[in-house]
Design a protein around this ligand. Structure first.
Ligand SMILES: Cc1cc2nc3c(=O)[nH]c(=O)nc-3n(C[C@H](O)[C@H](O)[C@H](O)COP(=O)(O)O)c2cc1C
Length: 269
């Protein structure tokens, strides 16, 4: 993607839309983007667009949205990570076109969305997002929400990215600092930023630092969706630097706290 850094650093969740439908041209561009989306876990993610009015879809935190997107996956390990990784590619591309989104995993009538998307037995659809043009001004509800969550800030690098062992702050070179900055500014549920990375033996190992209350039958683990998003930013960041990212799931066995879980490792080639 052109201007990845600008896109990632400039993106904000949008909950207040201007009420206009997504233009034909933009819709086609989004559909082309969807066709090219993949994930490193070999999990088939089916991405569907749903017309808000036709399907009777809404969310108490949104206004003015006319279109939604959702990702459906078979319920199996890494389905939630794959959803995060896949849909975030669309989120960033949409923003580069001037189209706003917000990941929605909680504030919606889930059964209505699942019906509209034709969700089948054995599948799950952890999150949806509206797609539309941002209104000039955020609603008061949205402004208050952002403030409450602290949506405009993130943890410092040293709390998220470690050298060899959990908790020892990493001092990356300039190039990697830029890539990690893109991970730092990724969106996450309630802005909890549950990703931690340990750099060891030439690989970046991703971990989920779990908070309570994010796991359910319908959704899987919402914080694993966050991990997929973080991985997506990292891989896109490496590719933007002309590197190839090799993602694998091979636990290096580094000692981690009890509330943490290994997710994946990335080598920059
Ligand atoms: C997996 C996931 C689920 C989310 N669920 C909701 C939600 O249900 N309702 C909502 O208003 N925002 C939701 N958000 C948006 C976050 O609150 C938002 O990304 C975060 O506060 C950071 O703000 P930013 O996206 O503007 O940087 C979700 C984000 C993610 C990644």
């Amino acid at each position: 993607m052109e201007n990845l850094k600008e896109t990632v650093m400039g993106r904000k969740s949008v909950r207040t839309f201007d009420g206009n439908p997504v233009s034909e041209e933009h819709r086609k561009a989004l559909e082309r983007c969807i066709e090219g989306i993949s994930n490193p876990f070999g999990i088939p993610v089916e991405i569907v667009l749903m017309d808000a009015d036709e399907c009777g879809l809404s969310s108490p935190v949104l206004s003015g949205e006319k279109l939604y997107v959702a990702g459906k996956v078979p319920k199996k390990p890494y389905a939630d990570v794959a959803i995060g990784y896949s849909l975030e590619q669309l989120v960033l591309y949409a923003w580069s076109l001037g189209i706003g989104t917000v990941w929605i995993g909680g504030t919606m009538k889930r059964d209505l969305f699942e019906k509209a998307a034709g969700l089948k037995e054995g599948e799950m659809m952890p999150c949806v997002s509206p797609l539309g043009y941002p209104a000039e001004k955020r609603s008061i509800k949205e402004a208050m929400m952002r403030k409450g969550i602290g949506a405009d800030s993130r943890f410092p690098m040293g709390k998220l990215f470690f050298d060899t062992e959990w908790g020892r702050a990493l001092t990356p070179d300039d190039e990697m600092a830029e890539v990690l900055e893109l991970v730092r500014w990724a969106p996450s549920a309630v802005n909890k930023q549950p990703w931690r990375i340990i750099f060891k033996d030439g690989a970046y190992h991703f971990y989920e630092k779990k908070d309570k209350g994010y796991v359910s039958e319908a959704v899987g683990d919402m914080q694993k969706v966050d991990l997929g998003i973080a991985l997506c930013h990292f891989v896109m960041g490496l590719e933007d630097k002309g590197k190839k990212a090799q993602v694998s799931v091979c636990n290096p066995g580094i000692k981690i706290p009890e509330d943490a879980e290994y997710i994946a490792s990335v080598k920059a080639l």
